[in-house]
Design a binder for this molecule. Structure first.
Ligand SMILES: [Zn+2]
Ligand SMILES: [Zn+2]
Length: 283
């Protein structure tokens, strides 16, 4: 048995509807030893969807916890896994599209929760409001259609009628005609279908979040041996290579165990920061 397979022979449930299991399950099973059951009987859209018919309840993290909980409830298993993503603009750089994915691991028996995460600007998220089919086709090409599917509504993003999963030029044309006919202001609102199976770029980011989760699950608390000994904070102060004064670059990473609250600070590998990052040498 691989020393790293901390969850050898334990069973977990992944509550899921949109084929995310194809990336999450094999990676997690292989590296942790878990046996994962995929539970599809529950409509996870009830927790809120990307396509706006149902507004998201609570934060992304709360939604992920609800899904993990629901999966355990439905199956009676004591490990729940879930995945939840958001699209918006970059937290620091305005107007830059941003996709942030969480893959959550909840171990009810051991009272442990581990969060895999990945944020990226590599997303095709964008939208268009148009009455011009030519313009729509150009937009479609820009957002990587048809490998990435499209969602279309009459009027604007709030309209109740919607066509999802548009994946061919023929169906795009039909959806456009349908939307224009239903529209009050003679325009359609179009954006990428961000459900995982309809969006390979998003699927890639879910994969990254899964790798991040695995890395944390393999990190063991030196005090109580609980998996998930993860970085919670970074402390700045890496000394400048020239003058030795502290810079804003990271000097230590702070690890904490959620179970026993053991804390450890680990120094980064770099011995110094470049003078370009120093406010004395490069004010
Ligand atoms: Zn611990
Ligand atoms: Zn300096």
């Amino acid at each position: 048995m691989n020393r790293k397979k901390n969850y050898f022979k334990r069973k977990a449930v992944l509550l899921n509807k949109h084929d995310k299991e194809s990336v999450i399950v094999p990676l997690l099973e292989e590296s942790t030893g878990l046996k994962i059951v995929v539970e599809k009987s529950y409509d996870t859209d009830l927790f809120g969807t990307f396509t706006k018919e149902i507004s998201r309840k609570g934060s992304q993290m709360e939604a992920a916890r609800l899904k993990a909980q629901k999966g355990m409830e439905l199956t009676g298993l004591d490990i729940g896994i879930s995945s939840e993503g958001i699209f918006g603009s970059h937290p620091v750089i305005p107007f830059v599209p941003w996709n942030y994915e969480i893959v959550l691991f909840v171990d009810k028996r051991e009272g442990n929760e581990i969060i895999g995460e990945s944020g990226t600007t590599a997303t095709n998220y964008d939208y268009i409001v148009t009455d011009d089919y030519k313009e729509l086709e150009e937009f479609a090409e820009k957002i990587l259609f048809p490998s990435h599917f499209i969602v279309l509504r009459p009027d604007d993003e709030k309209h109740n009628s919607i066509i999802k999963g548009i994946s061919s030029l023929k169906s795009l044309r039909e959806a456009f005609d349908w939307g224009m006919k239903k529209s009050m202001n003679n325009k359609v609102f179009v954006e990428p279908d961000t459900r995982a199976f309809a969006n390979p770029t998003r699927m890639e980011n879910i994969k990254e979040a899964t790798y991040n989760l695995i890395k944390k699950m393999e990190s063991i608390c030196p005090n109580c041996s609980t998996p998930g000994f993860a970085i919670v904070d970074n402390k700045a102060g890496l000394p400048c290579e020239c003058c030795g004064n502290p810079t804003k670059e990271i000097l230590t990473r702070v690890y904490i165990c959620k179970k026993c609250a053991h804390i450890e600070e680990k120094r980064v590998e770099d011995s110094s920061a470049s003078a370009g990052r120093c406010m004395f040498c490069n004010p």
